[in-house]
Design a protein around this ligand. Structure first.
Ligand code: UGA
Length: 437
């Protein structure tokens, strides 16, 4: 099959590269000429494990190419995916669909023969219909269907997620469009990946409902963590105890500093706006959004308490990105916690394995080249993101470098007993604080 992927952001680039790996011919299109030039030169604009290899192999095989010229890519394509950004509109939290409709118009002008236009971007319910209307108004003669095919990739494991998804969701009632989508995803059927065919509206809502549910799960366990700390329970035991119930499930029950990233914060807000608009307000999602905002401040206060006041203290912060294996800083908890600590008089020496370049633009702190440089001479260390390299710090060396053996671990990556034995005061989330023996 021939695919045009409009938008080479996170979703577009990963999906385009992975479709080409399935054996399809994919042209990735973006308006940003410098990005396309970089991609042509083999440079990947985002950090995503394994993506560079998939891109290189498929470019070499002649199945993957990049262009700024939408008009040359669309006529050839059996399926044109729209994977442009849908950021939160400033002020009201609605998804901004300007890029989406801009792309739809340009695609309309270039359509030749039967084509399925597929929305991969996260878009509010009803957008598929509007895209169809837009294309129809520009090209009443065109032979096309508009389908919805939301993406469930996680940053940091996107390639694996694309190759082994839990399910594929396709929103279309057109049998012709369904056949094209079936053919595109055929390599996955061999692994017996469930494919859910549904209406466009259901498919659009599945994406928001999925992210909102996961965000709810995270904030639920975070609230349980607060209770655990006050009653002497251990949140990891509670998570395991409830997670083994198949109806609840083990995943997304890690307590921490709240959710961040380019999806959960934006999508929960957009869902709230949709719910209000259709007069079906969702008290649960509203509470989740509020709880997440509060959580980041509460975590800064927790650090303050652990340090006996951060004023005048030097703090080593390990991890700044919203999660490991990405350089993405969007809505990272660090963007609230670190400025709070600074405003309250702390001197921050931070290290992030991949986020430094982005973080330097956003956080005015001392950015260190490695963890031990950040730790050297600090009054204590705070772990904000669970990068693997922080899971096995040399605790003897770390203790020598720190002025005080204090660790605040907001990701629960160490065992309290181990830390006490190693001579640390160790403060974590939803578990008792331990002190050196
Ligand atoms: C999320 C979804 O997991 C993907 O399925 C979806 O495709 C994607 O959004 C999207 O809509 O594009 P992502 O934002 O990459 O993926 O990251 P997650 O791994 O879901 O983590 C989101 C946030 O929740 C992070 O800040 C993470 O630290 C936090 N989290 C996650 C927890 O605090 N606890 C957990 O147990 C899990």
């Amino acid at each position: 099959m021939r695919v045009a992927m409009i938008g080479t952001g996170y979703v577009g680039l990963v999906s385009g590269a992975c479709f080409s790996e399935f054996g399809h011919h994919v042209v990735c299109v973006d308006k940003d000429a410098s990005k396309i030039e970089a991609l042509k030169a083999g440079k990947i604009p985002i950090f995503e494990p394994g993506l560079d290899e998939v891109v290189a192999a498929n470019v070499k095989a002649g199945r993957l190419s990049f262009t700024t010229d939408l008009k040359s890519a669309v006529p050839e394509a059996d399926a044109v995916f729209i994977a442009v950004g849908t950021p939160s509109r400033r002020g009201d939290g609605h998804a901004d669909l300007a890029y989406m409709f801009g792309a739809a118009k340009e695609i309309a002008e270039a359509l030749v023969g039967y084509t399925v236009v597929v929305n991969k971007s996260t878009v509010p319910v009803g957008t598929g219909q509007k895209v169809e209307d837009t294309i129809r108004s520009v090209r009443p003669d065109a032979d096309f269907d508009v389908a919805s095919n939301p993406e469930f990739l996680r940053e940091g494991s996107a390639i694996e997620d694309f190759r082994h998804p839990d399910r594929i969701v396709c929103g279309t009632t057109s049998e012709r469009a369904a056949n094209v989508l079936r053919e595109l995803y055929r390599p996955l059927f061999l692994n017996e990946t469930p494919i859910v065919f549904t209406s466009r509206e259901s498919s659009e809502l599945i994406k928001y409902a999925g992210n909102a549910f996961l965000a709810t799960k995270i904030m639920f366990i975070n609230e349980m963590a607060d209770i655990c700390e006050r009653v002497g329970a251990n949140v990891q035991d509670v998570a395991r105890g409830i997670g083994l119930d198949g109806r609840i499930g083990k995943k997304f029950l890690n307590a921490g500093p709240g959710y961040g990233g380019s999806c959960f914060p934006k999508d929960t807000l957009a869902l709230l706006r949709t719910a209000e608009e259709v007069n079906a307000p969702t008290a649960i999602v509203a509470a989740v959004v509020q709880a997440n905002d509060r959580r980041k401040i509460a975590m800064a206060e927790k650090i303050d308490a652990a340090f006996g006041g951060v004023k005048g203290k030097r703090i080593a912060v390990l991890g700044l990105t919203f999660k490991p294996n990405t350089d993405d800083m969007r809505d990272a908890p660090s963007l609230v916690i670190v400025p709070w600590l600074k405003e309250h008089g702390a001197d921050i020496h931070a290290y992030d394995p991949e986020g430094k370049k982005e973080a330097e633009k956003l956080l005015d702190v001392t950015h260190c080249p490695d963890a031990y440089t950040a730790l050297n001479g600090a009054d204590g260390v705070v772990i904000l993101t669970e990068w693997n390299e922080f899971r096995a710090l040399d605790l003897v060396k770390t203790k020598k470098l720190l002025k005080r053996p204090l660790m605040v671990d907001l990701r629960n990556i160490y065992r309290p007993q181990l830390m006490a034995d190693a001579g640390y005061t160790y403060v974590s989330v939803g578990r008792a604080t331990v002190k050196p023996k």
